[in-house]
Write a protein that binds this ligand. Sequence first.
Ligand code: BJW
Length: 248
Amino acid sequence: MKFSDEFIEKLSEAERIVFFTGAGISAESGISTFRGKDGIWNKLKPEELASFDAFLRNPELVWEWYQYRRKIVNEAQPNPGHLAIAEFEKYYKDVSVVTQNVDNLHRRAGSSNVYELHGNIERNYCINCRTFYNKEDLQFSGKIPVCKSCGGLIRPDVVWFGEFLPEDIFNDGESKAIHSDICFVVGTSAIVYPAANIPILAKRSGSFLVEVNIEETELTNFADYSLFGPSGKILPQILEEVKTLRKA
Ligand code: BJW
């Protein structure tokens, strides 16, 4: 792939890089996106699965759905897109991943600075006393697990619609984006707020905004540069360009 001269110059001069990622980066690992042709929300209703009210109405159903997704995530492997992002750390002094994904694949790929805006599917907590439980601390046998300390219902540590994002993580991720030289926006429809504000703020603060997606999104007209194609193909090609520009 031939990149623009302006993009190559930015890659050459940059010191601080942010990758703002969404479900599309994990599509090539076999994890479904939410929207679009094969998206989860085409078959299942978000209001029945991804809100606190839905959980209180039918905790068994919500647990079953998360257990199903956990199985897929556990069996999935980071793809060349995740791996390329992790390898950027060899070439830039400050590389951060600000992700909407809950699948842990950026960490498993080796990225060191990961800000998980919507939580992590492997963690859980009690809705009463907020005791945390890792996946290995819990058994799900059709009956929803309850807290060993207080007997409260345990829920996945993810952010559902109408819930606030973890404040410190959001603020730190936003700050990284604001201070970045290049902000890559990878595999997201960029329609879920407040996360979708982050790339907008990055560009308004002077960062060069590069979109990587298989199709146009809400952000395309706002981005400085758009690269259309699967992130598992495009990101390794950008990394190859970086390798020729910068020495490890
Ligand atoms: C590829 C590819 C490949 C495919 N390569 N690319 C107006 C009306 C109603 C509500 C609101 C409103 N405005 C704002 C809101 C609030 C709401 C919101 O934004 N809703 C919008 C949908 C309109 N936001 C919230 O509720 C948030 N909280 C909040 O606002 O708190 C304040 C508040 C408090 C109290 C009362 C009211 C407000 C919380 C949002 C939480 C989102 N949670 C989810 C589920 C997480 C848990 C789980 O996983 O189970 O997060 S929803 C889902 O969407 C998930 C994702 O992180 C998020 C973003 O999706 P993403 O990653 O962009 O995926 P897709 O599928 O949309 O896009 C995939 C992209 O990849 C596509 O572009 C493809 O083309 C591309 N792609 N293959 C490259 N190989």
